[in-house]
Design a protein around this ligand. Sequence first.
Ligand SMILES: [Zn+2]
Length: 294
Amino acid sequence: MKIGIDIGGSHIGIGLVDNNGSIILKNEKFIKDKTNIEKLIEEFIIENVLQMKELYDIESIGIAIPGTIAENKIVKAVNLGIENYDLAEKLEKILKLKVKLKNDAKCAALAEYKYGELAPFRNSVFLCIGTGVGGAVIYDGKLLEPKNVPGFEFSHTIIQKNGNLCNCGKRGCFETYASMKKFKEKISDEFNLNTLSGEKIREFIRANQENITLRYIINNYIEDLSIGISNIINIFEPEALCFGGSFAEYEDILLAPLKTMLLKGNLLFNKRDDIIIKHAKLKNDAGIIGATLI
Ligand SMILES: [Zn+2]
């Protein structure tokens, strides 16, 4: 048995995963306040791992992090406000188990490649669209990983000159237009919904399909998303694209128009309508399962 942990921009999930990639036990915590977030993460992990250790024989711990990892340390996780943080060393000392860290999108891509929608393809791209946008590339059957610095920061490629200020300090990053957080904020602000609950936002969209302002916001979002994704397709020419994160909960609202704009619009250098575009099969569990594969 291995323990997989997925630290997201707004929640932490921990799961006990067997050798077939099935989650046997799971616990989750929402992150409401990010002050002293390191302590919150450590305490939640330690408490849960100690409980699991009492019941099962644990081999190791893998943690999916929404940020940049180098030499098993968190270099920065901009959406959590964390920099230069040696989480693995702290946990190993207390838990007496090997702890490995990896970028969350890379973990989710590994899980989808081993157990999910990407399994049939040698060349694919995984995009996790949630609080931010994470990405990973499987090329010729292998997860691409640059040598010196982590890379594949699709979310911080610029799609708008002098555009929105990003958490990373640059302007116009893909993530500042394409994250689900931005999408939900825009709708909530425009219509005074006072909520960022995915369920409430989806209900509102379904009940107001004909509203012109709402349609404009959705079309604009799909346009920005398509520009960023087409840049990735034009570089890697994947056989398949797979979407994880809370984006996966908007299948009818966002995925269908995105497919149309990508495949029928004028964004692809090589006009292709054979790219497979799917939602992640493992949904929000991909991070936990993938963390046990690193
Ligand atoms: Zn950025």
